[in-house]
Write a protein that binds this ligand. Structure first.
Ligand SMILES: [Zn+2]
Ligand SMILES: [Zn+2]
Length: 449
C-alpha cells in the first residue's frame, strides 16, 4: 500500500490558462535549461514550446524574455502565527508573503497560541487555509502536549486530522525519553518529526552566538555546542529506533558535522539552513539595528557560515528554509537583550541568496533553485517541476532587477525583515502555485493575446 498523499490545503480558485513567453527555463530536477514558452493549460504545464510559438487564442501571454522561470519554491519552516497572534501574521498574509517570494507551498509551525495539539486544531487550520491561503499550506502539530515536553500528543489522531508532521519548534524536546517515544510512534503513524535542536542548559540566558563578538559586546552567548550536542543525541536515538528526523535551522560548524556524520552512518536524517544564517554572521549584531538580527539559533561566526555553504554543496543540508518568524515592531524596537527572537524571510529568501551567494559566485544558481525547491521532500511533498504534465508551479524572476527591501511595503503583516533597507538583486515578478496565479508584482505589466 502506498502512503497517502500528504495534506496541503489551498484556497479554491480557477486553474489558469497562460503562456509565459520566452523565459529562460531552469529546472535542475528535470534537467531543463534554456529558452522556452511555458504553455499552461487548465493549471498544468501542457507544453514547453519553442520561444515565440506558444501563443494560443484568447490566452493571456506573459512577455518573459530576459526573465528566468524556475519550479516554484517550497518552505518547510514558516510561522503563520495563527491561531492566536494574528496581529503578527495570519494564514492570508503569511501565504501572500510566500507567494511574493516565489513559493508554491509552505509548512506552518505549531507554536501558536494555543499550540496545535489536538485534531480539531489541525482541522480548523485546514478550514481556514481553504478560504485564506494563497499557496498550498501544510500544518505540523506539536510533538508534546502544550509544548511542555512532558507528554506526547495523540500523534495517530493528529495524522488522521491532516497533520503533515510534528514539531515543537521554538523549543527543543528536552527529554531523551520523550524523544525516543515520539520516534517510536512516528514509525507507526508516519509524519516527519522536525527538530529545533538546542540544549536549554547550555543556552542559558544567552542572547547571541557565544564568541568573539559576544565577548566584545559583553552579551551572554549561546554556544554552538548547545545545538550540535542535541543533534548528535537525537541522531543516535533515531538510529536506534530506525526512525526519521529532520533538523531545523542548522547554524554551526559542529552541527553540520554532526548531521554529516549521522548521514554517513546511515541515519535517516535531513536538515535545513536559513537564508540569514547563510548570508550573515554575528558581526551584524554590532550594527545599529542589532535587534533586527536577533534570532534563535543566533547568527554565528564566519567559519560557521562557510560550513553551512559547504553543507549545501555536499548534500549534508537538504534544503533552504526561511524560519519566517513575524514579530510586531514593539517587540523588536527595544534594547537588544529584550527584543524577541526571530526574523521574517519569505519575501526575500531568493533575492537575498541570489545577491549574497550567487552574484558573488559562491553558489551556482541551479543549486540554489534546487535547495529552495525541495524543502517539501523530507515531509513527503514532491518538488515542483516544469516538465510537461506537472501541476503548474512557477516562480518567474528577473535576476537583474534591483530593489530595496521594504521600500514598497511587505505582504507580511510584520516588518522585522533581517535585510530591511538592503538593496537586493533579483526579484520575483510572478508566482503560479498549484495551477493558480498566486502573485504578480504590482508594476509587472503583461500582454494579452
Ligand atoms: Zn526553531
Ligand atoms: Zn521556527
Amino acid at each position: 500500500m502506498s502512503p497517502p498523499a500528504e495534506k496541503l490545503t489551498v484556497r479554491d480558485g480557477e486553474p489558469v490558462d497562460l503562456v509565459i513567453r520566452g523565459a529562460t527555463v531552469l529546472d535542475p530536477g528535470a534537467g531543463i535549461e534554456g529558452p522556452h514558452d511555458i504553455v499552461i493549460r487548465d493549471g498544468e504545464i501542457a507544453e514547453l514550446a519553442a520561444p515565440g510559438s506558444g501563443a494560443e487564442d484568447g490566452v493571456e501571454v506573459i512577455e518573459a524574455e530576459g526573465l528566468h522561470a524556475f519550479p516554484a519554491f517550497f518552505d518547510p519552516h514558516v510561522h503563520l502565527r495563527a491561531p492566536g497572534q494574528e496581529h503578527k501574521e495570519d494564514i492570508e498574509t503569511g501565504t501572500r508573503a510566500a507567494a511574493a517570494g516565489g513559493f508554491c507551498g509552505i509548512i506552518a509551525m505549531a507554536n501558536t497560541e494555543p499550540p496545535v495539539c489536538d485534531a480539531t486544531d489541525v482541522e480548523a487550520l485546514h478550514d481556514r487555509a481553504r478560504t485564506e491561503a494563497s499557496v498550498p499550506a501544510g500544518f505540523v502539530a506539536t510533538v508534546t502536549r502544550g509544548m511542555r515536553g512532558e507528554e506526547l500528543t495523540d500523534m495517530a489522531e493528529l495524522r488522521d486530522a491532516g497533520a503533515i508532521g510534528f514539531s515543537d519548534d521554538g523549543l527543543p524536546i528536552r527529554s531523551a525519553r520523550i524523544m525516543r517515544r515520539a520516534l517510536q510512534y512516528q514509525r507507526l503513524c508516519g509524519g516527519l518529526i522536525a527538530l529545533h535542536e538546542e540544549d536549554p542548559d547550555l543556552s542559558g540566558e544567552g542572547v547571541m552566538h557565544e564568541g568573539a563578538v559576544s565577548a566584545l559586546l559583553g552579551l551572554s552567548g549561546i554556544p554552538s555546542i548547545s545545538e550540535s550536542t542535541m543533534i548528535a543525541r537525537d541522531a543516535a536515538i533515531a538510529a536506534y529506533e530506525e526512525a526519521r528526523i529532520h533538523v531545523q535551522h542548522l547554524s554551526a560548524v559542529e552541527s553540520v558535522e554532526a548531521v554529516r556524520d549521522a548521514k554517513s552512518g546511515g541515519v535517516q536524517i535531513s536538515s535545513e539552513a536559513t537564508p540569514h544564517h547563510l548570508c550573515l554572521t554575528d558581526e551584524a549584531v554590532r550594527g545599529l539595528d542589532a535587534s533586527r538580527h536577533k534570532m534563535n539559533p543566533p547568527l554565528r561566526a564566519e567559519a560557521d557560515r562557510q560550513a553551512l555553504i559547504e553543507g549545501l554543496r555536499d548534500g549534508t543540508i537538504d534544503c533552504i528554509a526561511t524560519d519566517h518568524a513575524p514579530h510586531v515592531a514593539e517587540e523588536k524596537e527595544v534594547p537588544f537583550e529584550a527584543a524577541m527572537m526571530g526574523v521574517t524571510g519569505l519575501e526575500t529568501a531568493f533575492a537575498a541568496i541570489h545577491t549574497h551567494l550567487v552574484g558573488s559566485g559562491v553558489l551556482p544558481l541551479s543549486l540554489v533553485v534546487e535547495k529552495l525547491g525541495c524543502g517539501g521532500e523530507p515531509f513527503g511533498v514532491p518538488r515542483a517541476s516544469l516538465a510537461p504534465g506537472s501541476p503548474a508551479n512557477v516562480a518567474l524572476c528577473d535576476l537583474e532587477a534591483c530593489w530595496v527591501v521594504g521600500e514598497g511595503g511587505y505582504e507580511s503583516r510584520s516588518f522585522n525583515s533581517w535585510c530591511a533597507g538592503e538593496q537586493l538583486r533579483g526579484q520575483v515578478k510572478m508566482t503560479v502555485a498549484a495551477g493558480q496565479v498566486a502573485y504578480r508584482l504590482r508594476s509587472f505589466s503583461m500582454g494579452v493575446a
